[in-house]
Design a protein around this ligand. Sequence first.
Ligand SMILES: Nc1ncnc2c1ncn2[C@@H]1O[C@H](COP(=O)(O)OP(=O)(O)O)[C@@H](O)[C@H]1O
Ligand SMILES: [Mg+2]
Length: 300
Amino acid sequence: MILTRYTRIAVVMGGLSPEREVSLDSGTRVKDALVQGGYTAVTPVDMGRDIDVVLRDLRPEVVFNALHGAYGEDGRLPGLLDIIGIPYTGSGVTASAVAMDKILTKRVARTLGIPLAADMVVTAAPGLAAPMHYPFVFKDPLNGSSHGVFIVRDGTEWRDALTQSAGKRMLVEEYVKGREITVAVLGDAVLGDVEIVPAKEFYDYEAKYKDENTRYIPDPDYDPAMRDAMRRAALELHRTLGCRGATRSDFIVAPDRHIMLEINTHPGMTGHSLVPMAAAKRGIDYLGLIERLLAEALAA
Ligand SMILES: Nc1ncnc2c1ncn2[C@@H]1O[C@H](COP(=O)(O)OP(=O)(O)O)[C@@H](O)[C@H]1O
Ligand SMILES: [Mg+2]
């Protein structure tokens, strides 16, 4: 099917994850851009537990998946849409589910020879001894937007992190100090890279989505050999997982090495978001990016 101004489009956003607010921001912008672009049949849908009934009633020809985190980004909405028979933007079930889990993602990335932070997996329990020298990173493998990511510098922070994540399977990583650079991939090509320069030391949820002082630098200046390796890694992981649409792979660039942190299969589409920024640098404006994603979904 071909995308036209009359295509019935549902923009699914919000949902049930801790990243609900970011998703509402992404989804609202997507919906507004489509309406302003002359699309006449765009419906915003805040996903609840009745999403199957809502979509069966609405009968959209395509869904724009603007969810982040659990249910949208982890393959569960894609699975439901596969069953109902509605095409959707972005990655399908398997790619989404694997990419949602940082432990599984790193296992795949490791087989591709992509450089990663040294890590181990533990179950958080009170009294557990610190598994690495301080500082280290302790993160919930299933969360995003820095929810559940702790930079642990001493025993007090370690006890605090354990308490907040009791009973969960957690990823422990060496802390790698460096610049934060993300590589955006669209379709089967690298769009470009963007550096994130936080005003605060830790690039946390506040800094990512709220702090006006965070700076974003498209096409940052760094070692070209590293840049090429990172671009190849982002594209290779995107392909190996079978991702579709846009993905964004996060890296830390230290003076002597780079490591990949994760791949995001449903990257943000907010005013601060990095994939739209990388696309703009390549001459693809925000509406153009959305249209590419929708057209790809309809062609599948
Ligand atoms: N191993 C690490 N070393 C240094 N900083 C890290 C490390 N892992 C995560 N961080 C910091 O935490 C942020 C979020 O981590 P990330 O793994 O990208 O998860 P998510 O973006 O899904 O929350 C990163 O952008 C980075 O600032
Ligand atoms: Mg990240």
